[in-house]
Design a binder for this molecule. Structure first.
Ligand SMILES: [Zn+2]
Length: 224
């Protein structure tokens, strides 16, 4: 009898085997081209949530997105927590010279739910999560006093959107970002991804309103 751990490991390894034998072979030329360098256009910051597949939702190939993922798609303000996120931002902007930074939040985000419940004893055993989510505390404040019982899908969505806007503001505290923005070499964008419908909307930092991808493309006079 195989244990659940063994079964899930087998699934994982079979996936790798399929990649090696089929998928890699199909895309061999792309991987050979990418073997010696990368030149991604976009730094994509999103939640670790297993239901988000950045390459699938943007229909990009390996080499196009430089990806940072963490609980709650958070960017700690510069100097607060110098670590993985700040290093990735600095490297993406200064060394890889990405042209875009996208912060992408999502529906049904566990981190957003947790934000309204951080003082609960259930987080006593997760001090790191509790501390990390403090970086999103100001997003919660924009929605007024909230408790765990208020967290329906609409509130989670609103909080996730406010969190994206907050993390965009945090991005602007990073010297590499400020420098590239002032030289006109970088653009920031906030997205919200609805898992159940596959819809992505773009959040406007100035108006704090959302617009559809179709609207954004029309503004850019992009061909359909
Ligand atoms: Zn999430």
């Amino acid at each position: 009898m195989k244990s659940e751990i063994e079964k899930s490991l087998i699934t994982l390894l079979k996936g790798v085997q399929h990649f090696d034998n089929e998928v890699f072979v199909e895309h061999k030329e792309l991987f050979e081209k990418l073997a010696s360098s990368q030149s991604p256009s976009t730094l994509f910051i999103t939640c670790s949530d297993s239901r988000i597949n950045p390459s699938m939702i943007t229909q990009t190939e390996p080499g196009e997105l430089f990806i940072v993922r963490n609980v709650g798609n958070i960017v700690p303000p510069y100097g607060e927590m110098l670590g993985g996120v700040s290093s990735a931002i600095e490297y993406a902007v200064l060394a890889l010279k990405v042209q875009h930074v996208v912060v992408c939040g999502h529906s049904n985000c566990g981190a957003m739910n947790a934000l309204c419940d951080l003082s609960s004893p259930k987080f006593d055993t997760m001090p790191t999560v509790r501390r990390w989510l403090r970086n999103a505390e100001a997003a919660r404040a924009t929605l007024g006093p909230l408790e765990a019982k208020d967290m329906g899908p609409e509130t989670v969505r609103e909080l996730a959107e406010q969190n994206v806007l907050l993390q965009l503001a945090h991005l602007r505290t990073h010297p590499a970002v400020v420098g590239a923005l002032s030289r006109g070499e970088l653009a920031l964008q906030g997205w919200f991804y609805e898992i159940g419908t596959g819809q992505i909307v773009i959040l406007d930092e100035q108006t704090r309103k959302t617009r559809s991808v179709d609207e954004a493309l029309a503004e850019l006079h992009a061909e359909a």
